[in-house]
Design a protein around this ligand. Structure first.
Ligand code: 13P
Length: 339
């Protein structure tokens, strides 16, 4: 097995998934002000260090996605953040896109930027210890959108990114996120996600990206958050699996879903259900931001010094998601832990 394939498999090994702690300073400021904590670089580090030094990291977190600020920070005892993550048996990764900007030609949509100077930045991140990367494209669903232009231009950028990352001997996480916002039903989300994924893999192939050393980070197929037609977890799992089977080449070793605004329990339950019916060779795992951190963040804000209680909450969420990667999660396990 090549080095890249080996890293990709470790990131989403059974029982494990990825912690997306790569919020930009702007996003992290929003998250911290929602719990009335000032967004200083020290506070951002304190919260993240609390998570990265939790026991749950060893058992259930195969990789951590960092932001540029964090990968360069040091713990209170002087250890670099990538070294801290490695000491807990997990792999450090880095978000390398520079954000989604207005798409010229269709200004209500977004194109993700960050290709200029990327080769040089990747070399620097590799030296700092990163072994995988992330690039996120976003697509909105409405009557007119996503346009052909948004689908094609974002797929092209994702493929150029992934090719450069593999050249630097790191694993690219390819994240095309079809957003949950809107009134659309689940069928519409299925149609759009299928189209987006097919175009991404067409471009990845054209750019000669080794799919065996690539992780896909897609949205689950869900009804819009303002849809009148709700779907249950069995329907979500079935249509998500159908979509991925039809659109993702079987060489891809792992699929790590984003949570995208689902609650913590919804994200766990839906992944568990997907794994119950998973009849593919894809390792189906998680790469959650909010759905791994929300409760921990709320607790941390109440008493920043009480590291133990925050770590306990994070350990629990990581364990529940770890169980869902082998369809071993049940709602009773949630109740027991809070009893
Ligand atoms: P959420 O799980 O909060 O959607 O974040 C995942 C992520 O990394 C978005 O790019």
């Amino acid at each position: 097995m090549s080095e890249l394939e080996n890293i990709a498999k470790q990131m989403v090994a059974k029982g494990k998934g990825i912690l997306a702690a790569d919020e930009s300073t702007g996003t992290m400021t929003k998250r911290l002000s929602s719990v009335n904590v000032e967004s200083t670089s020290e506070n951002r580090l304190k919260f993240r260090e609390t998570l990265f030094s939790s026991e749950g990291m060893k058992n259930n977190i195969g990789g951590v996605i960092l932001y540029d600020e964090t990968i360069k920070q040091k713990t209170s005892s002087g250890k670099s953040i990538p070294d801290l993550i490695k000491s807990f048996g997990s792999i450090p990764g880095i978000k390398v896109d520079t954000g989604a900007k207005k798409l010229a030609g269709s200004p209500e949509e977004k194109i993700t930027e960050g290709l200029d100077g990327l080769r040089e930045r990747l070399a620097e991140y590799y030296k700092l210890g990163a072994r995988f990367t992330k690039w996120r494209a976003v697509y909105n669903i409405s009557e007119k959108y996503p346009s052909e232009l948004a689908i094609k231009s974002n797929a092209h950028a994702l493929a150029r990114y992934a090719a450069l990352v593999q050249e630097t001997k790191m694993v690219p996480i390819v994240e095309p996120e079809v957003l949950m916002d809107g009134e659309h039903d689940i069928t519409k989300c299925y149609e759009v996600t299928s189209k987006v994924l097919k175009e991404c893999f067409r471009e990845l192939k054209l750019h000669k990206v080794n799919l065996k050393g690539t992780i896909l980070k897609p949205n689950m197929v869900l009804p819009g958050n303002k849809s009148k037609n709700k779907s249950n977890t069995a329907e979500i799992a079935k249509i998500t699996l159908k979509c991925l089977k039809e659109s993702v080449p079987s060489d891809v070793p792992g699929i790590a879903f984003l949570s995208g605004g689902q609650t913590e329990i919804e994200a766990t339950e839906n992944l568990n259900e997907i794994n119950k019916i998973n009849n593919t060779n894809f390792l189906m795992s998680f790469s959650y931001g909010r759905a791994l951190q929300q409760s921990a963040l709320k607790n941390w804000a109440k008493n920043i010094k009480d590291i133990n209680s925050t770590q306990k909450i994070f350990n629990h969420r990581s364990k529940m998601n770890g169980l869902s990667t082998s369809a071993k999660w049940t709602i009773d396990l949630e109740k027991q832990s809070t009893a």
